[in-house]
Design a protein. Structure first.
Length: 139
């Protein structure tokens, strides 16, 4: 694992054990799998298979290095630029990790039990967003 992912794993492991405990014997999807740190947690909690989608070539190489020929890990070498999730009843307990403040906005109610939502970057008021942009440029 690269140094950045190792540090993230150390900092986030308690949260993963609290929130990401998968159901043993099931298949987990990890989009943006990085070097496989979340896949490692899943496998250590009894998941049958982890589908790791990763477009970064460096991270993908680390996925191969970290899991070798482990048949429980399916590596998909693509960058996902947009996603639509519609897995009947599998959306329950779905975990969404974002690296920016967000809000979920309702697009449309298709019927009484199906709603379309979109996750949007949301920094609140314009002043907060401007301060973030200035902070990035100074860094």
């Amino acid at each position: 694992m690269c140094q950045g992912h190792t540090q993230n794993t150390i900092e986030e492991i308690d949260d993963w054990h609290t929130f990401l405990l998968p159901v043993a014997g099931r298949t987990q999807l990890d989009v943006g799998a990085g070097c496989g740190e979340t896949a490692f947690v899943y496998l250590n909690h009894g998941v049958e298979r982890v589908i790791c989608v990763e477009g970064n070539k460096e991270c993908l190489a680390n996925l191969w290095k970290n899991f070798g020929k482990d048949e429980r890990v399916l590596r998909v070498p693509y960058l996902v630029e947009n996603i639509k999730v519609d897995i009947d009843r599998a959306e329950k307990n779905m975990i969404l990790e974002t690296h920016f403040p967000y809000r979920m906005r309702r697009l449309k109610a298709l019927n009484s039990y199906t709603k379309l939502n979109i996750i949007e970057e949301y920094w609140g008021n314009p002043v907060r967003k401007a301060l973030r942009i200035v902070g990035k440029r100074l860094a």
